[in-house]
Design a protein around this ligand. Structure first.
Ligand code: RTP
Ligand code: MG
Length: 143
């Protein structure tokens, strides 16, 4: 199995509810190492650039409004099969469809206000990590 990196966001709803520690605990328990992390309050331009693939969709404007509504935590997670494993811990986009015990089943209040983001492919992980972190900000356990 190959060691991968993925990009993760704790969204404004979850940061606002003091869930950062709980969610980090779930990542670490799943074997995902946090190798970079910071808190940000996104500008409209930052959010629009990050979600460019969704531009024109009906949920795009409310999504940008939500993602700029308060601080977020962004992190890079590393581990075996990290992209899939991270999305497993997160659960389905719609909390009503998310498996019991996943972050979204426990904490998402709607399809939009769904607590977390996780990259969906190696290509998007690379783009998303580079969008928020410089190489110097990423600290793997071994170099
Ligand atoms: P994410 O990118 O945040 O990990 O979530 P995802 O892959 O499960 O969902 P995606 O389709 O990429 O959508 C990105 C975010 O947009 C909001 N959304 N709202 N129908 C709706 O109202 C709707 N659909 C998507 C969610 O915040 C979703 O996480
Ligand atoms: Mg997505």
């Amino acid at each position: 199995m190959t060691i991968e990196r993925t990009f993760s966001i704790i969204k404004p709803d979850a940061v606002g509810r003091n869930l950062v520690g709980d969610i980090y605990h779930r990542f670490e328990n799943a074997g995902l190492q946090i190798i970079a992390a910071k808190m940000l309050h996104l500008s409209r331009e930052q959010a629009e650039g990050f979600y460019a693939e969704h531009q024109g969709k009906p949920f795009y404007d409310p999504l940008i409004k939500f993602m700029t509504s308060g601080p977020i935590m962004v992190q890079v997670l590393e581990g075996e099969d990290a992209i899939r494993r991270h999305r497993e811990v997160i659960g389905a986009t719609d909390p009503a469809k998310a498996q019991a015990g996943t972050i979204r089943a426990d904490y998402a209040s709607s399809v939009q206000q769904n607590a977390v983001h996780g990259s969906d492919s190696t290509t998007s992980a690379e783009r998303e990590i580079a969008y928020f972190f410089t190489t110097e900000e990423i600290c793997p356990r071994t170099r």
